[in-house]
Design a protein around this ligand. Structure first.
Ligand SMILES: [Zn+2]
Length: 124
């Protein structure tokens, strides 16, 4: 479980957990944020399982963003008893700053879910 979490956080291949899933590891270049090789360079895992596969990652991104936003707002409520505008804007600013990472980690979570169920259901 810890290895899976580590490979998700470090954006590694869901099968071998060694090769990068994205061609450009930089999170700053927004034009290349979605560029991925078709297959893993280490284990030949298919990264484009079907056309439009990463459409589902949008829902993962939405859920991830909601969880982090409500966690931050919950912390503010626990600390101060209310949510200040500064806290809210800082949270939104941080989420915008880390947008590229959320985009990529959502894709990695999505393909990890697909690989997990593919391996465990088909081998029954
Ligand atoms: Zn691999």
């Amino acid at each position: 479980m810890f290895k899976v979490l580590k490979s998700i956080i470090t954006l590694k291949c869901p099968n071998c957990r060694e090769a990068n899933m994205f061609t450009n590891p930089s999170l700053i270049n927004i034009n290349e944020i979605a560029n991925m090789p078709k297959r893993c360079t280490n284990c030949n895992q298919d990264f484009v399982i079907e056309p439009g596969f990463y459409f589902g990652a949008m829902f993962v991104s939405y859920g991830l963003t909601c969880v982090l936003l409500f966690l931050s707002l919950g912390v503010s409520l626990l600390l101060y008893g209310y949510v200040s505008r500064t806290w809210l804007y800082t949270t939104i600013g941080a989420m915008l700053f880390f947008y590229t990472y959320f985009f990529r980690v959502s894709r990695v979570i999505w393909i990890n879910i697909a690989i997990f169920f593919d391996d465990n259901i088909l081998n029954l």
